[in-house]
Design a protein around this ligand. Structure first.
Ligand code: NAD
Length: 351
């Protein structure tokens, strides 16, 4: 924020696990003036409010009557309540940063997106991974991906069991691959199974885009280790990005033009290259994970970006359309899981 600009009046709604992170972030970012924490569990809201020097309210009507100057809200309540909480705010023209997924169904997500448009206010969706500095470096390369292979697996945390792994974890990657593919989704084939919850706990989905790009995404909350990675293949480069360890590499085709010509010629001449060490030939560049100044983590970058949109009337970086698209893709995947349920082969012989 430039000096001389007034901070935006902010409230955080929901003082649970994510809400706590948002309150801490909103209290420290200079572009925000944190007014209040809102939670139906007022005792929880008060603990955070006392810790960060703001007020506590029990619900949105109390927030609006006590703090009519509120300009922006961070909605961090369970997904089933996103519409009920965000609707009256957007209808008053108050900007909202709504946690991911935007809503439980595409219809409800669309409703929020339309409300923001009608009331000419900012709606940003909390797809925080978009603010991962490594992913930002990849997006800035403007590659045209042909194939993306994505894994997001972790041990069971026994949280968010009211939703399946697709809406809980894969939604992050759906937003990312939709963003990077830059093309409409044409077809989906998914398999999944439930192990502990009544929803799918493991899923593998193959997404085919109109451009011909394919994304193969695996999500599991039943793994023994945590892995969050993406490999992206395009005509011009290969990228390997590890979200968890914040490391990654790029191999650019343009950096190997002469070597590739030489090797093609040797191959054409029938030369035996089996002694050649392939990995010595490949020039690997580290992917930059530098955060812009003042953005020491993804939540800070996300909030700053949201408040900049509010202040300058700019469209959100992850807008309502992106939130709707991710929920639509998730719904398609869950439908596909049900269509592809494992069936015992009736022709198989039991021993
Ligand atoms: N971006 C991420 O990486 C990420 C990670 C985890 C969760 N999330 C999302 O964050 C949101 C919150 O998840 P959480 O894990 O913090 O949940 P949580 O259960 O820990 O906290 C939710 C809080 O909201 C309060 N609440 C419920 N209904 C309310 C209402 N109508 N008005 C005010 N307060 C209300 C509850 O009392 C609770 O304190 C969900 O949408 C979830 O999908 C995002």
């Amino acid at each position: 924020m430039n000096q001389g600009q007034n901070p935006i009046n902010v409230a955080v709604i929901g003082s649970g696990r994510m809400g706590g992170h948002h309150v801490r972030t909103a209290a420290k970012v200079s572009s925000s003036n944190l007014l209040a924490v809102v939670d139906v569990d007022i005792a929880k809201a008060k603990v955070l409010a006392d810790q960060y020097g703001c007020d506590a309210c029990k619900d949105v009507p109390e927030l609006l009557s006590r703090f009519p100057q509120v300009q922006a809200c961070i909605v961090s309540v369970p997904t089933v309540f996103h519409v009920a909480v965000a609707q009256p705010l957007l209808a008053k023209g108050i900007a909202c940063l709504v946690e991911k997924p935007l809503a439980p169904t595409p219809q409800e997500a669309q409703k929020l997106s339309d409300l923001a448009t009608t009331h000419n206010t900012v709606l940003q969706v909390g797809h925080t991974e978009r603010f991962n500095p490594g992913l930002r470096s990849v997006a800035a390369l403007n590659l045209k991906p042909r194939f993306m292979d994505v894994q997001r697996v972790s041990p069971m945390t026994f949280r968010s069991l009211d939703i399946g792994v697709v809406m809980d974890m894969m939604i992050h990657d759906l937003d990312i691959v939709l963003h990077l593919a830059g093309s409409k989704l044409k077809n989906v084939h998914a398999v999944g199974t439930s192990i502990i919850s009544e929803h799918e706990d493991i899923c593998n989905a193959r997404l085919i885009f109109e451009s011909g790009c394919v994304a193969n995404i695996t999500a599991s909350r039943m793994a023994l280790t945590t892995e969050r990675r993406m490999r992206l293949f395009s005509e011009d480069a290969f990228v390997n990005l590890d979200y968890a360890t914040r490391s990654g590499i790029i191999v650019r085709k343009s950096a190997h033009t002469d070597q590739l010509d030489e090797i093609r010629e040797l191959v054409t001449c029938g030369k035996d290259l089996s002694d050649m060490k392939y990995t010595d030939l490949v020039g690997v560049e580290p992917l930059s994970f530098d955060l812009p100044e003042g953005h020491e983590d993804q939540l800070t970058a996300q909030l700053d970006c949201f408040l900049e949109s509010v202040r300058e009337g700019k469209p959100a970086v992850v807008d309502g359309d992106a939130g709707v698209a991710a929920v639509q893709a998730a719904k398609w995947i869950v439908q596909s899981i049900h269509e592809n349920q494992w069936q015992a082969d009736p022709t198989s012989v039991a021993y």
